[in-house]
Design a binder for this molecule. Structure first.
Ligand code: ATP
Ligand code: MG
Length: 252
């Protein structure tokens, strides 16, 4: 039997580089041949696909609304229809598939849909080696249990004192959600001149990612982040992180 997938979630305050880090980490795993990888965009304001250079036409949130209300093709059960539509939301790429969670839309009771969608998601996840989740600071989907418990929570912070304090608050949210401290690590992103001392690290630093002009250039020109040169400093840092994570996954 294939080993269980290793689930990595990225959280952090707005604009710290969660999506960039997620994209480069996914690309590093892909280059290492650690495929297939499932990329989960759990940010309602989805943009991981752009960083990866993939196209998303639909999110799980928008599909759910339709799949549970629309008339279904004759001879098909609602369950089968939802399963079919679920598969259509998944974007398949080379070594990497992507699913965007979108917003939970509409009101009313979604118990049935949530159960069924959770079942679909759980079934899907089993097929992958690594699952990389681009989450927001509040970790909604992790809190609601829709995407499972991460094996590793990467808290992304900028190197400043305020960023590090926010990282501490995010760690506390994660602790309150029942995640173990041993499964959390800090990624300090956009490092130029060292990292602020705020009286102890919120969680151990697993990687320092340099501020990288190639990322800025890609962003300015609207190109996928994964297209930056192989020897660019951020890519090298993320490749080293991917190696570390691979060892962790193997040691489980
Ligand atoms: N190491 C880096 N070097 C240079 N620029 C970077 C680096 N990491 C991220 N950026 C830039 O910082 C900005 C924010 O990055 P990103 O979108 O990845 O953050 P985020 O945490 O996902 O933001 P949000 O909270 O809006 O989802 C982007 O313009 C990105 O290009
Ligand atoms: Mg983002």
């Amino acid at each position: 039997m294939a080993p269980a997938p290793f689930r990595i979630a990225l959280s952090g305050k707005g604009g710290t580089g969660k999506t960039t880090t997620a994209a480069l980490l996914i690309d590093a795993f892909r280059r290492m041949g650690e495929t297939p990888i499932l990329a989960v965009d759990a940010d309602p304001n989805a943009n991981l696909h752009e960083a990866l250079g993939m196209e998303v036409t639909e999110s799980l949130g928008s599909m759910r609304e339709e799949a549970f209300t629309k008339a279904i093709p004759p001879g098909m059960s609602r369950h089968d229809y939802v399963r079919l539509r679920f598969r259509q939301v998944l974007v398949e790429g080379t070594g990497v598939d992507l699913i965007a969670m979108g917003r939970p839309e509409g009101t009313g009771c979604y118990c049935f849909s949530n159960d069924l969608l959770s079942e679909c998601l759980a079934g899907l996840q089993a097929e992958y080696r690594f699952i990389v989740i681009d989450a927001e600071a509040g970790m909604e989907h992790i809190a609601r249990g829709t995407i499972g418990v991460p094996d590793l929570l990467l808290i992304v912070s900028d190197p400043g004192a305020r960023g590090m304090r926010t990282a501490t608050r995010i760690r506390d949210i994660a602790l309150s959600l029942g995640l173990e401290r041993e499964r959390m690590a800090l990624v300090v992103n956009r490092v130029r001149n060292g990292v602020a001392e705020v009286g102890g690290e919120p969680v151990p630093v697993i990687a320092e990612v340099p501020a990288d002009p190639a990322i800025e250039a890609a962003d300015l020109e609207g190109r996928p982040i994964t297209g930056i040169p192989a020897d660019s400093p951020a890519r090298l840092a993320l490749s080293a992180l991917a190696e570390q994570i691979r060892e962790r996954a193997a040691a489980r």
